[in-house]
Unconditional design. Structure first.
Length: 291
């Protein structure tokens, strides 16, 4: 804009020199000065308008809230998926991150490899939820020599994702008399105090395990899962232990009834997970080893 006005003034001045009009030249000179000043002023205004940074939206200042739902998932059941979905529906978390634990030396009966449990969880999430539904699976533990302590796992996730607030999902069975999360340990020793003070906890009510009246006795950041708009929590009390038993029973039935492809685990786990179990030959050991 400034360059165009300068060119325009130059053309007018050249015309005046040809005509020789002194008075007209004075007039054009005044016009030129005014035009130049106008162009300069408006150029500054335009530049200032372009460089003004937009104010951030107040709602965008809050960190994304991610609920970490850990467990063995040996195997994942429809109950696990229902719980993850209800956490999203509650609005207390923007996303649920399901974390299958690494190897558990303290549980010698858990023979299923971490990679198999991770694959089953990926199959379940990607076939049970719509593409945009905010439930994901993490592999943070499956290549570790053993399962990470809760504080170590949450600290690692926090370090990898500084723009996220992580909360840990626990069942009400973890908050019974005699249980104290402050006594939990990690690679740095007893870090339970840091665990309950640095992270939020989301409590899922479990059948048969009532919540104590005062949650502050466990820590300052414990909240009970509740649903908005008068909705009721949909609970599917399907345990992984029961699924393992049923798969073993179905395998024994097939040995005596050739051609019978029915399984008593149908409808309790996603179809793709059940197919993976059968193709990989998981949970075929005798029932007494499934306890």
């Amino acid at each position: 804009l400034y360059s165009f006005c300068t060119l325009l003034v130059h053309m007018f001045r050249r015309t005046i020199r040809v005509l020789g009009g002194v008075a007209a030249g004075v007039a054009v000179g005044s016009f030129a000065t005014a035009t130049t000043n106008w162009a300069h002023a408006n150029t500054i205004k335009v530049t200032e308008a372009v460089t003004v940074a937009p104010q951030p939206c107040p709602r965008c200042r809050r960190k994304r809230r991610v609920a970490v739902y850990g467990g063995a998932f040996d195997p994942v059941t429809n109950g696990h998926l229902s719980c993850a979905a209800e956490i999203v529906h509650s609005g207390l978390a923007d996303e649920v991150l399901m974390v299958p634990c690494g190897p558990r030396p303290d549980k010698p009966k858990m023979q299923t490899k971490a990679t198999d449990r991770y694959v089953m969880l990926q199959i379940a999430v990607n076939t049970s939820f719509s593409p945009g539904f905010p439930v994901k699976v993490s592999d943070i533990e499956i290549y570790e020599p053993k399962a990470l302590a809760t504080y170590d796992m949450l600290s690692c996730l926090r370090e990898q994702n500084p723009g996220v607030d992580f909360m840990f999902v626990v069942g009400s069975d973890w908050l019974q008399s005699g249980q104290d999360l402050r006594q939990w340990t990690s690679k740095d020793g007893k870090t339970g105090d840091r665990l309950v003070s640095e992270f939020d906890f989301l409590i899922i009510k479990r059948p048969g395990y009532d919540l104590p009246g005062n949650l502050e006795q466990f820590g300052p950041r414990f909240n009970v899962l509740s649903l908005p708009h008068g909705m009721n929590y949909v609970d599917s009390n399907v345990s992984s232990t029961e699924i393992r038993k049923r798969v073993a029973v179905s395998e024994q039935v097939r040995q005596f009834m050739a051609g019978n492809h029915l399984t008593s685990a149908d409808g309790l786990v996603p179809t793709g997970v059940l197919a993976y179990i059968q193709r990989q030959g998981l949970y075929k050991q005798p029932l007494k080893q499934q306890q």
